[in-house]
Design a protein around this ligand. Structure first.
Ligand SMILES: NC(=O)c1ccc[n+]([C@@H]2O[C@H](COP(=O)([O-])OP(=O)(O)OC[C@H]3O[C@@H](n4cnc5c(N)ncnc54)[C@H](O)[C@@H]3O)[C@@H](O)[C@H]2O)c1
Ligand SMILES: [Zn+2]
Length: 703
């Protein structure tokens, strides 16, 4: 057996790693349940061997951190975590501790839903929103006011209506005007789904769940982009220097009258049994809410009693959270279907039913589950799946259900058959290929496979490409069905006459509901207007929209700035392309291959004839010297003498290469004011030379 010291070390390192990934990178490498189980194991070991507890133990600290991408703000009142449990007995133990701590005084609880997003603290001065800060490490957080201000439901200035009168209270009439409110910033499930669809269309990585998506959105540098992500916030706490409220209940009611978005689901409970009833009631009901929740928060109602009970290093003694385990059910794998995505990648999808086999699917976390993604052939192999197997299906914070295992014991009396992976594309019949380095099989028929063609048009109209938002997925399907559009260039041949009156009934695969879409006058005018306006979209977006493999929005921007027009780009050979800052061999080869095909050149010709922008009118980078030739740079933070754009232009104008991340290839990291900790850390580890703004400018003057 491992000795306790080793295990404590191992757990501390592991949990600190998961915390970093979760809070800094918005990624969950393991489930919350697994994380909490490991944390509990560590806490118990530390209890037994207090001397072995490390100073950086995750049991002592709130998990988050500050990012240095934002101004750091010290919290007036620390922002702590919550103790958590997954079972009733722990809750009863908590209740007993409260009882003891209050020496027999009567007490009651408030139960609230536990919203799954990120904690926010908002400071109001004279009734006006001054600052919004993340929890960070509990003592200091990131100032993300600009992003939080994009939440429409959050009052920027308090005006409230009293119970008896309809006239708004001014700030002066409020009992208190300097205070802090706390709440959970979240992304509604509908916004989350829309965002992921958008990201997918732009070839960018998607988020595993709404929490990670919210966390990412609140920490964007560009608040206009935050605004587009549809964030929201529920408030659940009030803090001030004076004792304003006697109970938590009063504070919630008052916050509501002041115009704050307080979740309506909370309830006062007289004892722990009522708390448990609340927990059972919401176990499935919570799935009908428009946002993700992962449990219940239980708080002692009286503020005086809260003060009496106090805090541990990490969390209040007067509150605890009860977390629901991801629900797991057994079902039957009826069949596997195969979907072809817009890149031609094949995804196997499990078709499931309940054990009764009545065709109704599995009732899981409040929804009916009939399908689960199997990702790729490796996953099927890893699970050892056979058709007609009894499988365990889980639906957690991940929203999309997954198969977690096979009930091998159930096999003896079942008729099983192997899953035969297709050799040909189910959509177009072309033989599938599988590259050595990739897990997925692909259909190589880029130019004839219907989902791939549709995908290209969807990519073309994307906001970051030609931005034709009057055409959605359903409308494109209709255009495909009627043979009006095959490739994006066909969009420019559409006319009012061709579009008017088109109709189609669409059936939702999940719900079976049907909906009719038809092109009436207004729709047609909008579509044509959107297409017309796309002719003004800048070259870099057109280049992205064309859909050359590996040419994402950022690469397209670099190429457009460097070559300035399509002719120069098409004329560039592999070497010339590799000379462009940040363009590597893989991208260069893909571009060369693309333009070597006649059909692609014809396609560009058609788009050009339609009047799209194929040259850029941004100010070009004028070469100044070759002082930086052969050297690569990256910067972090802000600079006194120039903007980031000017710095980038300086690097390029003097022959330097700008890299997008810290790697062993990087020669210099230019470190400005408030540098990013992760870049500096990584540069230190990799021994990358770090220089100041002055040192960089000094490099320019030497010959
Ligand atoms: N999967 C992973 O890799 C990983 C890594 C780190 C942490 N985690 C998870 O995160 C947890 C720790 O996160 P945490 O410290 O934020 O604790 P927590 O999320 O378990 O609870 C505290 C938070 O709950 C939120 N909350 C939501 N509704 C609330 C309400 N009505 N009242 C009060 N607070 C409410 C607040 O933001 C508060 O900060 C872990 O227990 C684990 O489950 C997972
Ligand atoms: Zn195909």
């Amino acid at each position: 057996m491992q000795n306790p010291a080793e295990r404590i070390n191992e757990l501390t390192d592991l949990l600190n790693h998961y915390n970093h990934r979760y809070y800094q990178d918005s990624v969950s490498e393991i489930s919350d349940y697994e994380f909490d189980t490991l944390l509990k194991e560590l806490a118990e070991l530390e209890n037994q061997y207090p001397d072995l507890r490390r100073e950086d133990s995750p049991t002592l600290r709130v998990g988050g951190g500050i990012t240095k991408n934002f101004e750091t703000v010290t919290h007036r009142y620390p922002m702590l975590s919550l103790g958590n449990t997954y079972n009733e007995q722990d809750l009863r133990d908590f209740d007993e501790r409260v009882q003891k701590g209050l020496y027999g005084e009567a007490y009651e609880y408030i139960c609230e839903l536990k919203f799954d997003g990120i904690s926010l603290s908002m400071t109001y001065e004279n009734g006006v929103l001054k600052r919004a800060v993340t929890r960070g490490d509990g003592t200091r957080g990131d100032d993300i006011t600009a992003n939080v201000r994009t939440i429409k439901s959050l009052p920027l200035k308090i005006s409230s209506r009293t119970q008896n009168s309809d006239s708004p209270l001014t700030a002066h009439q409020l009992p208190i005007t300097n205070f802090e409110v706390r709440g959970e910033g979240f992304m509604p499930i509908s916004s989350f789904e829309k965002l992921n669809k958008d990201l997918e269309a732009a070839d960018e990585p998607t988020y595993a769940n709404p929490r990670n998506a919210a966390s990412g959105a609140f920490k964007l540098q560009d608040s206009a982009e935050s605004a587009r992500r549809g964030l929201d916030c529920y408030l659940y706490a009030f803090l001030s220097d004076d004792e304003v409220f006697e109970t938590h209940e009063q504070s919630l009611l008052t916050l509501k009258t002041w115009g704050f978005n307080v979740s309506p689901g909370w309830r006062k409970c007289a004892d722990i049994d009522e708390v448990l009833a609340y927990i059972h009631e919401w176990e499935t009901k919570r799935h009908t809410l428009p946002l993700a929740t992962d449990g219940i928060v239980i708080k002692v109602n009286s503020m005086a009693q809260q003060r009496e009970l106090g805090f541990t290093a990490k969390s209040p003694r007067w509150a605890i959270s009860f977390k629901y385990k991801a629900e797991n059910k057994a079902g039957v794998l009826k069949s596997v279907s195969y979907q072809v995505g817009r890149t031609g990648a094949l995804t196997p999808v499990a078709n499931l039913d309940n054990l009764n086999g009545d065709g109704k699917g599995l009732q899981l976390s409040g929804t009916r589950v009939k399908r689960a993604s199997l990702h790729n052939a490796n996953e099927i192999e890893r699970l050892g799946l056979m058709l007609n197997d009894v499988v365990f299906v889980e639906k957690g914070g991940e929203i999309i259900p997954k198969i977690t295992g096979v009930d091998v014991d159930a096999r003896s009396n079942r008729l099983l058959s192997p899953i035969v992976y297709p050799t040909h594309c189910p959509e177009c019949g072309t033989e599938l290929v599988r590259k050595e380095t990739e897990a997925n099989h692909y259909c190589p028929n880029e130019r004839g496979c219907p989902p791939q063609l549709r995908g290209k048009v969807e990519h073309f109209i994307h906001r970051k490409a030609l931005n034709i938002d009057s055409l959605g997925e359903g409308k494109i399907e209709l255009l495909f069905d009627k043979n009006l559009v095959q490739i994006p260039a066909d969009l420019y041949d559409l006319t009012y006459e061709k579009l008017f009156g088109l109709e189609k009934v669409i059936t939702d695969e999940e719900t079976g509901k049907t909906k009719k879409i038809g092109f009436k006058e207004k729709t047609v005018e909008n579509i044509l207007k959107g297409i017309e306006q796309s002719k003004n979209v800048p070259f870099k977006q057109v280049l992205f929209g064309i859909g050359i493999r590996f040419v994402g929005a950022t690469v397209a921007e670099k190429l457009a700035a460097y070559f300035r027009n399509i002719d120069a780009l098409m004329a560039a050979d592999f070497e010339a392309l590799c000379n462009v800052p940040e363009i590597g061999g893989k991208i260069a080869q893909s571009i060369v291959d693309y333009f070597s095909e006649e059909s692609n050149r014809d396609y560009i010709g058609r788009l050009r004839a339609a009047g799209l922008q194929f040259e850029t009118d941004d100010v070009p980078v004028v070469a100044e010297s070759n002082a930086l030739e052969g050297k690569s740079f990256l910067y972090t933070g802000t600079f006194a003498g120039m903007t980031r754009e000017e710095l980038e232009a300086k690097i390029e104008a003097n022959g330097g290469k700008l890299l997008s991340g810290v790697s062993a290839k990087l020669n210099f990291l230019i470190v400005g004011e408030k540098p990013g900790a992760s870049k500096v850390d990584k540069a230190t580890k990799l021994n990358v030379k770090m220089i100041s703004e002055e040192e960089f400018l000094g490099m320019l003057s030497v010959d």
